[in-house]
Design a protein around this ligand. Structure first.
Ligand code: DAH
Length: 352
């Protein structure tokens, strides 16, 4: 056989291969043909054996022709295989697509027939505060509403008989020793629980219900919500407290709101302060526009509190703050009477 004849045979083979590739309808079918098209039983393999019978000087050329033909045919085979696999994947995806239109329309008519519920405005406010603090790296923690006297007062540096206890109008619970169990009067006992249960660094906020004996009126309720903040770390200073308060107020209400601290007294912080926020004049819907309003208390954690909670006050410092959520929600939603939050009137609640 001459190289020309070889070339011709290979051209014929190419046409046969192309035809077989086109006829194969699946990757499996094609794979079964692999041997006969490009493998041991293929025409190319058979033709390799004739090279030995050729004139010596024709052999290199024949070898090259065979190699090129092999590259060509195996390229055609691979491409067709890829094509078939892609086709199969596409078909599979199409088969797996589900027609959900019936489900969607059923869901729509279901939610139209029942009125969707919504979060209570106080919950909305609480969640917003939690979001802001979480974004600042804090964790949300919780404590029980029925507390021990020690967590609510003792560990927070209110000695027995201390006059500051009287300010809290405590509801005591008839459990154990007289006055040993109470409805927490503030969220500050969660500070104690947190310090007792985890080592510093601590960056937490604790929202929740609190109780004090109070007659319900437009600005007071015997049950109300607070959020407590506690930071314990090395090198925490008063400036960190002031900066944190300013940052979260701006994050909640906007950059035009200002904050200030005034000296105050709490047994569990030293120094202690009260913090106010300034509602800008541009907040025309807010009846406090242009005024400073009192928000809550704060200060540097008292060393006695650290000691009661097993934290070394010469190693760690920290700050704490606490304020009411209800009043913020009133301000945010333009509500004048705190009692509205509690009367459960669906027409009122639906507005928020
Ligand atoms: N627990 C205080 C209250 O209910 C508020 C408060 C003041 C909380 C100062 C704090 C703080 O954490 O540092 O009146």
């Amino acid at each position: 056989m001459t190289p020309q004849e070889l070339r011709q045979k290979l051209d014929e083979n190419r046409a046969v291969v192309l035809d077989a590739l086109a006829k194969a309808k699946t990757a499996e079918e094609l794979a079964q043909l692999k041997n006969s098209l490009v493998g041991k039983t293929s025409a190319i393999s058979e033709l390799r054996s004739v090279v030995g019978d050729m004139e010596k000087e024709q052999r290199p050329e024949a070898g090259q022709i065979l190699n090129e033909a092999y590259e060509d045919v195996s390229g055609l085979y691979d491409n067709r295989l890829k094509e078939l696999i892609a086709e199969q994947n596409l078909n599979q995806q199409k088969d797996e697509v589900q027609d959900l239109s019936a489900v969607i329309s059923a869901t729509k008519s279901f939610s139209q027939s029942i009125k969707a519920g919504r979060l209570h405005p106080i919950t909305q406010m609480q969640w917003r505060l939690e979001d802001v603090f979480c974004a600042m790296g804090y964790t949300v923690v919780e404590g029980p509403e029925v507390e021990s006297e020690w967590n609510n007062f003792g560990a927070l540096n209110f000695p027995l008989g201390h006059p500051a206890r009287d300010m809290y109008d405590t509801f005591y619970v008839d459990h154990g020793e007289p006055q040993s169990t109470l409805l927490r009067t503030h969220t500050s006992p969660v500070q104690v629980r947190t310090m007792l249960s985890q080592p510093p660094p601590i960056y937490v906020v604790a929202p929740g219900r609190c109780y004090r004996q109070d007659t319900a009126d437009s600005t007071h309720m015997p049950v109300f919500h607070q959020i407590e903040g506690l930071v314990v770390d090395k090198g925490i200073q008063f400036g960190d407290l002031a900066g944190t308060i300013d940052k979260f107020i701006k994050a909640i209400f906007g950059n035009e709101f200002k904050t200030r601290l005034r000296p105050s007294y709490f047994p569990f912080t030293e120094p202690s302060a009260e913090f106010d926020i300034f509602v800008p004049e541009t907040e025309t819907n807010n009846k406090n526009a242009g005024k400073w309003i009192e928000m809550g208390g704060c200060g540097m954690v008292h060393p006695n509190v650290f000691e009661a909670c097993g934290i070394n006050p010469s190693e760690y410092t920290g700050f704490a703050f606490g304020f009411g959520i209800d009043r913020l929600a009133m301000m945010e939603f333009g509500i004048d009477d705190l009692r509205e939050f509690w009367n459960g009137d669906i027409r009122f609640l639906r507005q928020f």
